[in-house]
Structures are given as structure tokens and as C-alpha cells.
Design a protein around this ligand. Sequence first.
Ligand code: UDP
Ligand code: MG
Length: 309
Amino acid sequence: MLSVIIPAYNEEENIRKAAGVLSSILTAEKLDYELIFVDDGSTDATWREISVLSTEEDCIKGVRFSRNFGKEGAIFAGLKRAKGEAAVIIDCDLQHPPALIPEMCKLWKQGFEVVEAVKRTRGNENLFYKLFAKMFYSAMKANSDIDLARASDFKLLDRKVINALLEMPERLTFFRALSSWVGFNRTAIEFDVQKRENGKSKWGFRKLVKFALSNLTSFTYFPMQLMTVLGLIFFVFALGLGVNTIVQYLNGVSAEGFTTVIILVLITGSVIMLGLGIIGYYISKIYEEIKFRPRFIVTQELGFEKHEQ
Ligand code: UDP
Ligand code: MG
């Protein structure tokens, strides 16, 4: 069986359409499937749509979160409940073309355990967004060897990979990078990002920056290493200036004026504070992990067998 996991946050106009398109494609392929809609705390009629659908068709299931926990949580909730030998994760807004699923399945049957759909083009994004994304991806690639530039969350995962992901104890996850971090036999197919048909993107700029920072720190120590390098440069500079000051002192000339002192104090102060900030950020991540709070809270489930709940 193939499990299709569809995270949905305020997607009332898209649920029925997505279910229809997916069902027709998967039925045409004669695949045994289940559609798991994960309502990530929507405030519109998303859950009502899902519940109606799930009463109409047995293969449609729904999970509802108690509030908006983010797409990451939704994906993991879906993976946890997936019964299939493989799972496909796909966006509810049909920006990921469902028509690719049969091809992904074919590759899976050939023995690939992760089939990633990578973006051929990045769709409609403004310049600022593109620049920011590029910076983030190159920092990730340079420091953790995970290339995300064209990656998307649209993937097919074999049961082995799903289990490996579910076994990870961490709660601050970044699905796109984790599914690459776990390794396995992988391949990629390309797709063009479609236009969003209804509603609008859930990613504001602030949310994106937060997301990028948190993922960068969870996969790399790059900011901390940057501080070390900065410290080294400072040290060389300090040595030079120190020797210079002593020589001048021995020659009976004391260094002139406050200007140098003021500049040095200001620079050291800010570099130290910057360093503290970076360490603080990592500590806050440790703190968040160590609290062992669940990744998400489920309030309702529909379509799953009783004993599974
Ligand atoms: N999504 C979610 N929780 C969120 C934000 C988004 O489950 O907090 C879902 C959303 O319903 C959609 C998918 O994640 O199915 C991708 O979101 P969106 O289309 O807003 O992102 P974009 O395509 O702009 O990257
Ligand atoms: Mg989208």
C-alpha cells in the first residue's frame, strides 16, 4: 500500500480538489492507497472538508492538531500513522504535481528507497526571497554537505526510511534535510513548481528567517566556527599591537591618546556580545530539545482503525 501524506493549513478550497486529483491518479495506476490529511490547526473549514471526505471514502483519513504546529509536525504525524510500504509527502495546494507519483512509484519498485522530486524551476518567487534562499542553501551546503537548493518536501520514502526517521528522538526537525541525512539508496526526478491555485502561501518573511536560522544551527556549527575564526584574527591583531605598545613603552614613548583605547574597547565588546548571542542561540535550542515537549498535539483522528488511535 502507498500512503500519501498531505499537510494542510487553512486550505479549505484545496482539500477536495487535492483528494480528487490524487484519487483519480492512484486509482488509474491500480495502486492500493490511503490519503492522510493532517490539519495543522487550521482556522477555516479545512477540518470540516476533511471529515466529510473521510466519511465518503474509506481510504481518506484525517488527523487534526490542537493548534498550528507547522508543516514539519504535520509530516511526522502523517508518517507515524502511515500504514503503507512507502509514503509520499505532497503539498495540499497542488504545487507539487501529483501526476509524478506513478513515476516515483516505478522508481521505488526498481529499488530506490528515497525518490526526491527536485525543482527544475523555483516557480514565482520575488528577488529578495530568491537571494535569501540562495544564501541559506549555500551556507547549508558548505557546512553540512546537504544540498537543498532544489529540494522540496515532495518525496517518496520507503518503509525503512520512514522507520529511520520516526526513530529520531529530536523534536526540532527539518524534514527536507533529515531525509537526506539518513542516506539510503536515493534518486531524484525533476518537476516544475506549479502555481498555487487557491489561497496564499503560509510563509511570511519572518517565519522563513526563523526557519532558516533554526535549520542552519541544527545541521551545522558554522556560526560558532565563525566566532573562533574571528577570535583568531583578533588574537593576531592583539599580538601585533601588544608588541608595538611594549616596544614604544621601553623606548620611553607611551601610546598616544584615548582614541585607540575607545576603538578597541568598542570592537572587543561587540565581538564578545555577538559570540554570546550565538552561544545563547544554541543553548536555547538545547533547552527546547531537553524539555521533551511533543512535536504536536492531536485532538481528533478520522478514518483510522480504533486500536490504532
Ligand atoms: N502547511 C502546514 N502548516 C503550516 C504551513 C503550511 O501544514 O504551518 C502546509 C500547507 O497547507 C501546504 C504546504 O504546507 O499544503 C506548503 O505550504 P505553502 O503552500 O504555504 O508553502 P509554499 O508552497 O509557499 O512553500
Ligand atoms: Mg505551496
